[in-house]
Design a protein around this ligand. Structure first.
Ligand code: GDP
Ligand code: NAG
Ligand code: MG
Length: 415
């Protein structure tokens, strides 16, 4: 055969082969599934659980293992476009998860937070993310959140007994308090749901079925910003240094929300001296050795911590006493002062860590790494002039003093 016709046949054969492959792809969707599974979210799509997909884990199910679900090696795509910067396939994560309490309508505030966390940290590590709600999450919420998160995503419904009035609370009295606080224009003073939220975050988030699989957590709220790269595994850092509680911002609490909280704390100290740690942070919480509370608290919308601390007998006894006192409803005790006083008194102070290197914003305050060298290294997008850490209403300067820590060299320019 002449050369030209051989070429023509080869071309025709190649074209036929391409056509066959295209027809096969279109008629056999499972080969497409492999592609989208590589993107990591097909399995997590709640709205369309197909036969070979797993619906997201809910609190009714057994908690899944924290390890990321492995895509079988023969199914691995040649190019893993979802994870361009990976710590390596065999990276062994700490026993940890992100956790977010949210409502369905928080979705558009939440996506921004998730993007920040993924872009600045989690795209390199793929930690799990647990969402908790007092109601059912809808498919829209699940579909969008799971498409953004590079680890496993789980959705839990909070049991009624963790979100509501305990039977010893006089609900009429609670309603009167709300009305008084409304008139005094105390922030969230007239809100019922905010109180349930604060009580839940104080006593129950670490007890949820889905959370039981984990030791460390990072709490994320809607509408937060991470200003800087987090270029190391913060969970392993907590583990390695034996830290149980990490924070970025601290400040003074509004006294009207907690007028009798410290009385209850003093009652606890008297009843349970065995739970009070030696070498604790009492001097950060009080300027007169425990007689009065100076209202300093860690801002708990950001927390990286050890769940086993909240599950300890010491904290259990602490929360139970506070809950019996009724201040979550008769006042408006926040989870921030409750967590902070517990971390400050039940832990030795070397178990509490200030993350100077995590640039963070939650309305209306920012933390921004104090020294310029850190801001450049971590690609920060915050204005150091806005760093709240050294400002007058921040309790972090006092924390440095009590910890006898040397302040970063540039702190004075930001005070
Ligand atoms: N499921 C649920 N989440 C809530 C509710 N109220 C607040 N949250 C969540 O609790 C956290 C704190 O609420 P937020 O409105 O941010 O309070 P703020 O930061 O103190 O102003 C956020 O993660 C909210 O999404 C509620 O009624 N139901
Ligand atoms: C993770 O931590 C929890 C709580 O400490 C523990 O019950 C669980 O066994 C741990 N899981 C692994 C895989 O180590
Ligand atoms: Mg918030």
């Amino acid at each position: 055969m002449p050369r030209a016709s051989t070429l023509r046949i080869v071309r025709l054969a190649a074209l036929a082969l391409v056509l066959i492959v295209i027809i096969y792809k279109v008629t056999n969707p499972s080969s497409l599934t492999t592609l989208s599974r590589a993107a990591g979210y097909h399995e997590k799509l709640a709205s369309s659980p197909g036969p070979e997909q797993k619906a997201p884990v809910t609190s009714g199910d057994k908690p899944a293992a924290p390890a990321k679900e492995e895509v079988k090696s023969e199914e691995k795509p040649a190019v893993d476009f979802k994870t361009p910067v990976d710590e390596g396939k065999d990276y062994v994560r700490a026993n940890a998860t992100f956790v977010t309490l949210a409502r369905n309508q928080d979705i558009w505030s939440l996506v921004k937070s998730i993007r920040h966390v993924e872009d600045r940290f989690n795209r390199k590590y793929h930690y799990d993310w647990v969402f908790l709600n007092d109601d059912d999450f809808d498919d829209n919420f699940k579909e969008i959140t799971s498409s953004l998160i590079s680890g496993n995503v789980k959705y839990g419904k909070i049991p009624k007994e963790h979100w509501g009035y305990p039977d010893w609370i006089d609900q009429e009295k609670a309603a009167e308090v709300r009305e008084q606080m409304r008139q005094k224009q105390i922030i969230y003073g007239d809100s019922i749901s905010y109180r349930h939220m604060c009580r839940f975050e104080s006593g129950f988030f670490f007890q949820q079925e889905l959370m039981k699989a984990y030791k460390y957590y990072w709490r994320v709220e809607p509408d937060i910003i991470l200003h800087c790269d987090v270029d190391y595994d913060v969970f392993k850092y907590m583990e390695k240094n034996g830290y149980d509680y990490g924070f970025t911002l601290s400040l003074y609490e509004y006294i009207d929300t907690i007028p009798t909280l410290w009385n209850s704390v003093k009652k606890f100290i008297k009843e349970h001296p065995e739970h009070i740690a030696e070498n604790n942070l009492m001097n950060w919480l009080s300027e007169d050795n425990g007689i009065t509370y100076n209202r300093c608290h860690f801002w708990s919308n950001f927390e990286i911590g050890n769940l086993d601390f909240w599950r300890s007998k010491a904290y259990g006894d602490f929360f139970e006493l506070l809950d019996r006192e009724g201040g979550f409803f008769y006042e408006r005790w926040g989870d921030a002062p409750v967590h902070s006083i517990a971390a400050g008194l039940l832990l030795p102070k070397d178990k509490v860590h200030f993350f100077d290197d995590i640039g963070y914003w939650h309305v209306p305050f920012s933390s921004c790494p104090t020294n310029k060298a850190d801001r450049l290294k971590l690609k920060c997008s915050c204005n150091p002039a806005d760093n709240f850490v050294w400002k007058g209403y921040s309790c972090t300067p006092r924390y440095y003093d009590v910890m006898e820590m040397k302040r970063p060299s540039e702190w004075h320019q930001q005070s």
